[in-house]
Design a protein around this ligand. Structure first.
Ligand SMILES: *Cc1c(COP(=O)(O)O)cnc(C)c1O
Length: 442
């Protein structure tokens, strides 16, 4: 990454939206490459995501034994998809306009084991690594019952291996929970915004937590450096990992099934809108990629980011990806949405999103807390602040997305639309902190 000074004035001249980002306005950016950009030899494919799904199926008997709570879902780590009519009413009342169509919530805040979307990618990558080691050592075959991974023998085998990861909190939490359970020595490099309870929980589970006083990008870099010096250490690279991405991608296949079961149509007359909170990009990117492969032009996917941390918006709009940071345009990367406090996006994900994503929007922290309280009071659902970046999506689409809707001929199909807000975290947040969040007004 270049350390040389960026010519911000020249960038602002080319991309006037940067001025709006700098002045703290709500920004809605539409990706105009969506229809023109053809994917050139992508690093991932739907076939790889299907294989990932099968791997998770192989591990389901282990997951069921290791985390008995998952027996209700047969050892699969999956969340509900539910309609949220009361929240819809609240939003419409507050805004004074309608959100035509059905409003649904994909409840990844309640994913077992890690209580966040990171339970998808993080757990998948650790299981993948464990399977590779066990296969190579002849300790398992793919046709055996994977409950064997819970044996003392297997745990002793994995205790010679290490896993490291850099995180703002939730990724570390998911990797730490599954990694320690399998017997690995896990080290989590936490960025400055990581919440104390997440570090405490990890330590209580035998995970080594290294606290950095720096931001996410730097914590990841430090973790990567430490891991490079050690051959027995597998570094889970949130910025570049294909395995993480595939694990997130499985969500698309699962959602397809859930929509079918709920008899929700997705086709030319029934558009699907999906709104995902975005940090470095892997989680929302994996989900978006597979949904786009499944539904093509009938799905419209938007990422929400905090006003001070719109890294994916900035990286994709300028085409600079990880060569630009939000600090280059004078933003602070300070937000109560700790899971989204990322200043520099993943180039790997941003490039893949060029032919997938409809756009990005920004949201301020005060909305996140109003939404947190509203969702709790109307639907009795608790989601952490980061997860509420998705809630702003349908509102913003109605306010600033008119041109997008017109260009895609969606105006008169909105009554048939389904809007899915992807709720990305919250179930493990301790009671005291929940109360504090519920009382926060900024
Ligand atoms: C990590 C996270 C996200 C975003 O995922 P990225 O892969 O960083 O883009 C969103 N919400 C929550 C709660 C998270 O922990």
């Amino acid at each position: 990454m270049a350390e040389q000074k960026m010519d911000v004035n020249a960038l602002v001249a080319r991309f006037p939206l940067i001025k709006k980002l700098q002045s703290g306005e709500y920004v809605f950016w539409v990706n105009d490459q969506l229809s023109t950009k053809k994917q050139t030899i992508p690093a991932v494919s739907m076939e790889m995501i299907r294989e990932a799904e099968q791997k998770l199926q192989r591990f389901s008997s282990y997951i069921k034994v290791a985390f008995p709570i998952t027996k209700f879902s047969d050892g699969l780590i999956e969340s509900d998809l539910k309609e949220i009519p009361h929240m819809k009413k609240l939003i419409e009342g507050r805004r004074g306009f309608a959100i035509p169509g059905t409003l649904m919530l994909k409840c990844d805040h309640a994913l077992p084991i890690a209580g966040s979307i990171k339970a998808r990618g993080g757990i998948y990558e650790v299981l993948s690594y464990a399977e590779n080691l066990a296969l190579a050592a002849g300790r398992i075959s793919k046709t055996e019952d994977y409950a064997k991974f819970a044996s003392d023998d297997m745990r002793a085998f994995f205790s010679d291996y290490k896993i490291a990861v850099g995180s703002t909190g939730n990724l570390g939490l998911s990797i730490g929970m599954i990694g320690a359970k399998l017997g690995f020595q896990v080290t989590v490099h936490m960025s400055v915004e990581a919440k104390k309870w997440k570090k405490d929980l990890l330590r209580a589970n035998g995970v080594t937590v290294v606290e950095h006083k720096t931001d996410y990008t730097e914590a990841v870099r430090q973790g990567r450096l430490a891991a490079q010096k050690d051959d027995t250490c597998h570094f889970i690279d949130d910025e570049n990992s294909i395995d993480l991405f595939l694990g997130y991608g499985v969500a698309g296949l699962r959602l397809e099934q859930q929509l079918k079961q709920a008899k929700v149509k997705v086709d030319a007359e029934h558009p699907l809108f999906v709104y995902l909170p975005c940090g470095v990009g892997g989680g929302p990117g994996g989900v978006a990629y597979s949904l786009k492969q499944i539904y093509g032009e009938h799905v419209h996917i938007f990422f929400g980011e905090p006003m001070q941390s719109p890294c994916m918006l900035l990286g994709m709009m300028t085409g600079l990806h990880d060569e630009i940071s939000v600090s280059d345009i004078g933003l602070t990367n300070k937000t109560e949405a700790d899971g989204l406090a990322v200043g520099r996006p993943s180039r790997f994900v941003g490039t893949l999103m060029e032919s997938v994503l409809s756009g990005c929007y920004t949201v301020d922290d005060s909305f996140l807390f109003r939404s947190l309280k509203g969702m709790y009071e109307t639907e009795n659902i608790f989601m952490e602040p980061s997860a509420h970046a998705g809630v702003y999506g349908p509102i913003e689409l109605m306010m600033q997305g008119v041109t997008y809707l017109q260009e895609h001929n969606l105006q008169d199909k909105l009554e048939n639309a389904t809007h899915i807000i992807w709720s990305t975290g919250g179930d493990l947040v301790p009671q005291e902190l929940r109360q504090q969040y519920l009382q926060t007004e900024i």
